[in-house]
Design a binder for this molecule. Structure first.
Ligand code: UT7
Length: 331
């Protein structure tokens, strides 16, 4: 039997319709469009305003978009992986609810949390199951309702994040296309610099934690920026060297959309021309677990069978890594 690779065979996405522009943020905190644009590359983000809807709403919409486009029968899905840092509730999993809502009645499901690297790590998990021959159809969803954990009086974080969702289907490929290699890393020192302090087992919710704003994202942006730039560029360069890929051999960089300057530093180290760098941060900001599948969905028509894609992400934890994947279809 030929070697099995795990290939992405379909993608889908969803963003809520409400737009939060830099101009609108100028009315909310001490910031301005020029600062946000030059420091981050972000012009606007999408916000899920309905207080009765959680992250599952976004993920279900993205999964339904994928199912509609690809025509797959949800009953054939073996596993639903839900990558998110903002689950509907701490217990039960957002994946279980989502799987039932999309009709994946024969699947098992679970959530996967690695902050902004959640989707990248999920790609590794999905690929490992497929390449082991254990499952044939794995739906990986990346979705976050970041607006539910952002303090809109904190200019250090509220200008960055947005809400969104994307989904990718992983299936076996016998032509050598799909997942080729990966380098994934973590460093626990990172939790001092990017965290939500309260609401977990270490500091359960109390009147005090609410009063102290400890249920919102805290970020020491400068420190995270430094780690992100060096680590994301390092692993991306390393995966190219290990697979004998030059800048000319790589067709597209699919990088986590946290800050345009971080993406530029990574692509520079990889010696990539600008047109090979997928970018939609200007429209969505940082959607955490959704950035990578949102890029795949937005650029799907440009991706050709056999293209060499390098994925890269960096996030809270710290968590980071790079995956080399050969694209498996023309749309
Ligand atoms: O996705 C998960 C991983 N997260 C990331 O990768 C994010 C990494 N960090 C970043 O992207 C950047 O650090 C930020 C965009 C968060 C901040 O950009 P920066 O260039 O690192 O700015 P800074 O924090 O060093 O602040 C520079 C200046 C300061 O003023 P002074 O001290 O130089 O007078 C800040 O007070 O800009 C000021 N500033 C702002 N001004 C207008 C900070 N935030 C703002 C703001 N609007 N929103």
């Amino acid at each position: 039997m030929s070697k099995i690779n795990a290939a992405i065979t379909a993608v889908g996405s969803f963003v809520p319709e409400d737009v939060l522009t830099n101009k609108m943020l100028e009315e909310m905190v001490d910031t301005n469009d020029e600062w946000i644009t030059t420091r981050t590359g972000i012009k606007e983000r999408r916000i899920l305003k309905d207080p009765l809807k959680g992250t599952s709403f976004l993920g279900i919409k993205a999964a339904q978009n994928l199912i509609e486009k690809s025509g797959i029968n949800p009953e054939e899905i073996d596993l639903v992986l839900f990558a998110t840092a903002t689950p509907d509730m701490p217990v039960a999993s957002t994946a279980a609810y989502t799987a039932s809502q999309i009709g994946a009645v024969n699947a098992f499901s679970y959530d996967l949390q690695a902050a902004c690297s959640s989707f990248l790590y999920g790609m590794s998990t999905a690929s490992a199951y497929i390449e082991a021959g254990r499952y044939k159809k794995i739906l990986l969803i990346g979705a976050d309702k970041m607006s539910s954990i952002i303090n809109y009086t904190d200019r250090a974080t509220c200008i960055i994040f947005g809400d969104g969702a994307g989904a990718a289907l992983f299936e076996p490929n016998h032509e050598g296309l799909g997942h080729q290699d990966e380098i994934l890393r973590t460093d626990g020192i990172g939790r001092n610099f990017l965290k939500i302090e309260a609401g977990g087992s270490l500091l359960p919710a109390s009147e005090e934690t609410v009063k102290n704003d400890q249920h919102y994202v805290y970020q020491d942006g400068k420190t995270v920026f430094k780690f992100a730039v060096s680590n994301m560029a390092d692993v991306s360069e390393k995966i190219m060297l290990r697979n004998n890929l030059s800048g000319d051999d790589v067709d597209f960089l699919v990088a986590h959309q946290a800050n345009k300057r971080i993406i530029d530093a990574t692509s520079k180290r990889m010696k990539l021309d600008n047109e090979k760098v997928l970018m939609n941060i200007q429209r969505y900001g940082n959607t955490t677990s959704a950035t990578l599948p949102l890029l795949l969905s937005d650029y799907e028509k440009q991706l050709k069978k056999g293209d060499n894609l390098v994925f890269a992400a960096f996030g809270g934890g710290f968590t980071w890594g790079s995956i080399y994947l050969k694209w498996a279809y023309n749309s």
